[in-house]
Design a protein. Structure first.
Ligand SMILES: NC(=O)c1ccc[n+]([C@@H]2O[C@H](COP(=O)([O-])OP(=O)(O)OC[C@H]3O[C@@H](n4cnc5c(N)ncnc54)[C@H](OP(=O)(O)O)[C@@H]3O)[C@@H](O)[C@H]2O)c1
Length: 70
């Protein structure tokens, strides 16, 4: 079973860069399933990531009670 890697800020420049690196690496893409955290799972950037096989979860890292994946 593959491990899950959670990327906060998945839709941003840094997050997308990390995700693209994992997806395009033969070894890492087999090792990890990617979970991306965003405040808006419906926006085009989120949908594009979903199209690449990323699981998007809605949460806001700046709100204490917001829990990704719950
Ligand atoms: N770009 C660089 O070269 C670089 C280099 C070194 C360090 N950094 C640091 O890395 C971090 C991310 O940079 P980035 O360039 O990827 O930024 P970015 O493109 O603006 O993306 C940041 C992501 O964080 C989320 N976000 C924005 N405001 C938020 C808020 N108030 N509360 C919760 N989530 C919020 C947004 O995702 P959603 O809207 O989908 O929730 C957004 O996609 C920053 O702290 C930056 O200083 C960037």
């Amino acid at each position: 079973m593959s491990k899950i890697i959670t990327v906060f800020g998945a839709t941003g420049n840094q997050g997308r860069s990390v995700i693209q690196h994992i997806i395009s690496d033969v070894k890492l893409s087999k090792e990890f399933r990617i979970r991306g955290v965003t405040r808006d799972t419906s926006k085009p950037t989120s949908k594009a990531l979903e199209g690449q096989g990323v699981t998007l979860v809605k949460a806001c890292p700046s709100i204490k009670k917001s829990k990704a994946g719950k």
